[in-house]
Design a protein around this ligand. Structure first.
Ligand code: GDP
Ligand code: MG
Length: 150
């Protein structure tokens, strides 16, 4: 089963949206396999956002993501990477469709409430960056039959 790395960014935590964001993925039918509140160090932020190093917004991005606690999560389910990206909406909240998390709860590009891995490869890299194997819990959910028919 596919897994993805999701985090409620510092603005989402401060604006009391962590529960709402978790609730959306939970109600969709995805399974939570890792969860923690943490403060990101500049070193970890640099690794996580390495692909953006050198871009004009990079400094702002690192300052922002280290500015307060985040809720780090691993979610599991069929096509979870792309489905969660769709549920988050476009990067720029001004272009994110209503009904998506960013469309419903954010206005500015820099403060867009939530992160989700953009591919299964990124997901694996990011999960390993934020979680040790012992922090991820393998368990069977009774609802699987009703979600997947098996
Ligand atoms: P994501 O995968 O949808 O989060 O988007 P990207 O990987 O392209 O960018 C990572 C994060 O950097 C985004 O979620 C934004 O918070 C931030 N970001 C991207 N572009 C800009 C920009 O032009 N200005 C600012 N301030 N932040 C940006
Ligand atoms: Mg990205």
């Amino acid at each position: 089963m596919e897994r993805t790395y999701v985090m409620v960014k510092p603005d989402g935590v401060q604006r009391n949206l962590a529960g709402e964001i978790i609730s959306r993925f939970e109600k969709k039918g995805f399974q939570l396999v890792g969860l923690k509140l943490m403060q990101i160090t500049p070193e970890l932020a640099g690794k996580h956002y390495g692909e953006h190093e050198g871009k004009p917004f990079y400094g702002e991005l690192i300052d922002f993501i280290t500015s307060g606690p985040v809720v780090a999560m691993v979610w599991q389910g069929q096509n979870v990477v792309s489905v969660i990206r769709n549920m988050m909406g476009k990067t720029n909240p001004a272009e994110a469709a209503p009904g998506t998390i960013r469309g419903d709860y954010a206005v500015f590009m820099g403060n867009n409430v939530v992160h989700g891995s953009d591919s299964p490869e990124s997901a694996e890299r990011e999960i390993n960056l934020f979680f040790s194997p012992e922090e991820l819990v393998d368990y069977k959910k009774a609802t699987d039959f009703w979600l997947y028919g098996k």
